[in-house]
Write a protein that binds this ligand. Sequence first.
Ligand SMILES: Cc1cc2nc3c(=O)[nH]c(=O)nc-3n(C[C@H](O)[C@H](O)[C@H](O)COP(=O)(O)OP(=O)(O)OC[C@H]3O[C@@H](n4cnc5c(N)ncnc54)[C@H](O)[C@@H]3O)c2cc1C
Length: 426
Amino acid sequence: MNEIFSTCSMYDLVIVGGGIVGCATARELIMRHPNMKIAITEKENALAMHQTGHNSGVVHAGIYYTPGSMKAKLCVEGLKLSYEYFCKNNIPHKKIGKLIVAQNPAEVKSIDELFDKGMKNKVPDLQIIEKDCISKYEPKCKGEKALWSPWTGIVDWAVVCKSFAEDFQKMGGEIFLNFEVIGFTEMMESKGKSQLSPISVQSKNRVRFSSCIPTKYVLTCAGLHSDRLAVMTGCDVNPRIVPFRGEYLLLNDDKRHLCTTNVYPVPDPRFPFLGVHFTPRVSNEIWLGPNAVLAFAREGYSWFDINIKDCIEMAKFPGLYKLCYRYFLLGCREAIKSIFYPLTVKDLQKFIPEITYKDVKRGPAGVRAQALDKNGKLVDDFVFDGGTGVIGSRVLHCRNAPSPAATSSMAIAKFIADKLDRDFKF
Ligand SMILES: Cc1cc2nc3c(=O)[nH]c(=O)nc-3n(C[C@H](O)[C@H](O)[C@H](O)COP(=O)(O)OP(=O)(O)OC[C@H]3O[C@@H](n4cnc5c(N)ncnc54)[C@H](O)[C@@H]3O)c2cc1C
């Protein structure tokens, strides 16, 4: 990675966050504007260290999302763009499909509703599968009815993110690692002179001789820290980010034959997450999960990761109490299953009865940046906003990019680039 930074460099745009949304957007913008000087700043010593590098690795087809929502539109568009990109750039992926399997009469009804939603979202080639035919798609799977999505696939999203970053660098973009942004200030010499770079992006770390980068515009794609970055530019503190850990189990190597495609439950409509599912990986592992438990740190990948600052912030946020009150039982159930994981295996046995708790072990985890409004309502769709004043009016924040934002990343990049072209007249 290029870490050479000249103090006199002036940037047209600084993108904060080296996850898949930041890298995809950087690539899109430099392709559109080859003469623009663009930099990505990332606080870690590598790209894709958080959500982008800790997820299920599914290329979603766009079934679940409210028709007309940004999630629905950008997922279906992102799916097509992603497969084109994987093929052009030799990125290992497999279009292994996905079964959403109903286990009771209420879920059978939901399968029909999901099919209708998928059709409205223009998800390609969806098919309803009757009970007796489920085993043709997943030989060991049992259920009452299923929805088959042949376009759902698997990929390592961290590999995709790094490939976007390489494209960006080849076209002249710069990436500064170990550069945690801690604030934005107005540059004194730019006051009243709109042609200069009026924003200084501040860090406590130094890149070469400087801990600030002068720029005309800023885009933040900071995932688990998106609300903090927004507050730094004078934007509203809401929606707040609350971290929800998703833990996976791993299927033992000698049982991998039990699962050949993505097998998902019918999602609980009260909850934003898709439920514990079976996901083959491009590495040939089989991951079972993720669950959803409140994390005690924004980057809390285990029960033992506790960050006092994050906990105090959560404790002061009334929206979280409202959320906990609403989902108290569900939350307790998830926590108990997280600690006693054979209980999760019981849920999985409904789909593939041959699996026993001896066939699994604890696996990796990811942390979802879940945006919550001040009333404790989970924000479902992607959210972008900016502010006012010298700094606020030159900043765009990507405040909520939950799943399927990896699948949608190339479409989100186009959406953001269009918005920046329009609002900032690039
Ligand atoms: C458990 C789990 C399973 C998922 N499964 C899927 C799936 O199967 N398919 C799918 O499409 N999506 C999935 N997702 C969602 C997907 O991973 C995310 O939506 C996507 O990765 C978000 O990308 P991002 O760039 O916004 O955030 P991130 O990848 O979190 O990147 C944000 C970056 O900003 C950096 N940063 C933060 N603050 C600062 C700062 N102050 N200064 C500098 N840098 C900063 C961070 O270090 C980080 O690298 C899943 C997510 C999780 C957690």
